[in-house]
Design a protein around this ligand. Structure first.
Ligand SMILES: Nc1ncnc2c1ncn2[C@@H]1O[C@H](COP(=O)(O)OP(=O)(O)OP(=O)(O)O)[C@@H](O)[C@H]1O
Ligand SMILES: [Mg+2]
Length: 344
């Protein structure tokens, strides 16, 4: 076993008495890509700022490469950080921006030139080395910020929603770039994101935060397919919450709910329910369908463009794909995630 790059032990941060990060334990292994996900205000940025040393924890311990770094200033931690706003120096050229951290660390000029050249090559910006930030597109500025963070060869790269300012297409493209850079350099990275797709695509480990606490973590596929609480399930797009006789509380993704054609019988392992369509939303490749079954709302997905509100349909609930949510009392709780009790 190698020493983990980052270990947070019961890290807590309060702001004037209110707890932003609540006794988080987190281990990041070398070469691993970890994604922190959660709703706005759940403590993602605060966690990164404590790892980087910009914000002292109220209590708890931060180990970097196995050494207690809780009290170290940022410049004595070997950490690269990319912010949501690229935070480039506007008066410096691309190459000067990228060289900045190396100059601060007293790296000799000849080596700075080589390393700046290498990282600009890595992010595909060598031809723009002499430009100023304002002469670059958002995506290009983002790459400069990434190059600057990578240039110091940090033991961990912290990324705070680095792609959220980019348009949808560029975001997907940059996601691939980021993954390539991380794989090519073998960097350890912690990415904060709102975007579950981004986390699913990039992360080795996905960590879900709710009000300052980790509520679930694991490989993306496992977390996505087996959310352990209603909060995590809702965050990951599970919309149907049911109490099944004999099974207890379960959740089913809308895209797993089928439609039974008239006269057909439900296949084994699925339950047919009569429902009334209340809304149909076009989403580009399919339609999100809202239905009611008595006083319950069920969500499904269809490619049938003839479905209209008011239609009677037979939904097919695939019980085999229902994810049990033990410990969740669904009927006692019609609350939104924000109003739910924090799991102890
Ligand atoms: N400097 C500060 N002073 C007071 N409260 C703060 C400060 N920084 C953060 N907070 C509070 O701490 C909580 C967590 O904030 P944080 O910025 O970590 O959230 P986040 O998960 O990054 O949210 P977002 O997704 O919106 O960026 C919030 O309730 C926020 O208002
Ligand atoms: Mg934030």
């Amino acid at each position: 076993m190698t020493t983990p790059v980052v270990q947070l032990r019961a890290i807590t941060r309060e702001f004037s008495g209110s707890v932003a990060v609540d006794a988080i334990d987190l281990t990041v292994e070398r070469g691993e890509f970890t994604a922190l996900l959660g709703p706005s205000g759940c403590g993602k940025t605060t966690t990164l700022r404590m790892i980087a040393g910009y914000l002292p924890p109220t209590s708890g311990t931060i180990l970097l490469d196995g050494v207690d770094a809780t009290q170290l200033p940022p410049e004595r931690r070997n950490i690269g950080m990319v912010f949501q706003s690229y935070a480039l120096f506007p008066h410096m050229t691309v190459e000067k921006n990228v060289a900045f951290g190396l100059r601060m660390r007293g790296v000799p000029a000849a080596e700075i030139r080589t390393r700046v050249g290498e990282v600009l090559e890595l992010v595909g910006l060598a031809h723009l080395a002499r430009r100023k930030p304002k002469e670059l597109s958002g995506g290009q500025q983002q790459r400069v910020a990434l190059a600057r963070a990578v240039a110091i060869r940090p033991s961990v790269l912290l990324l705070d929603e680095p792609l959220s300012n980019l348009d949808a297409r560029l975001r997907v493209q940059m996601r691939q770039e980021l993954l390539r850079v991380q794989r090519e350099t073998g960097l350890t990275a912690v990415l904060v994101t709102h975007d579950q797709e981004e986390a699913l695509e990039l992360a080795d480990t996905m960590v879900i935060l709710d009000r300052g606490r980790i509520v679930q973590q694991g490989p993306p596929r496992e977390v996505f397919q087996r959310p352990s609480t209603r909060f995590v399930a809702e965050f990951l797009g599970y919309e149907n919450f049911l109490d099944l006789p004999g099974k207890g509380p379960v959740t089913i993704r809308p895209e797993h709910v089928g439609f039974l054609a008239p006269g057909q019988k439900a296949p084994p392992g699925a339950e047919a329910v009569e429902a009334t369509v209340t809304a149909v939303r076009f989403r580009g490749t399919d339609f999100a369908v809202t239905t009611t079954v008595g006083d319950r709302v069920l969500h499904a997905v269809t490619t049938d463009d003839a479905l209209r509100p008011g239609a009677s349909v037979t939904l097919l609930l695939p019980l085999a794909q229902a994810v049990p949510l033990p410990g969740d009392d669904i009927d006692a709780r019609h609350a939104t995630p924000d109003q739910q009790e924090c799991p102890a």
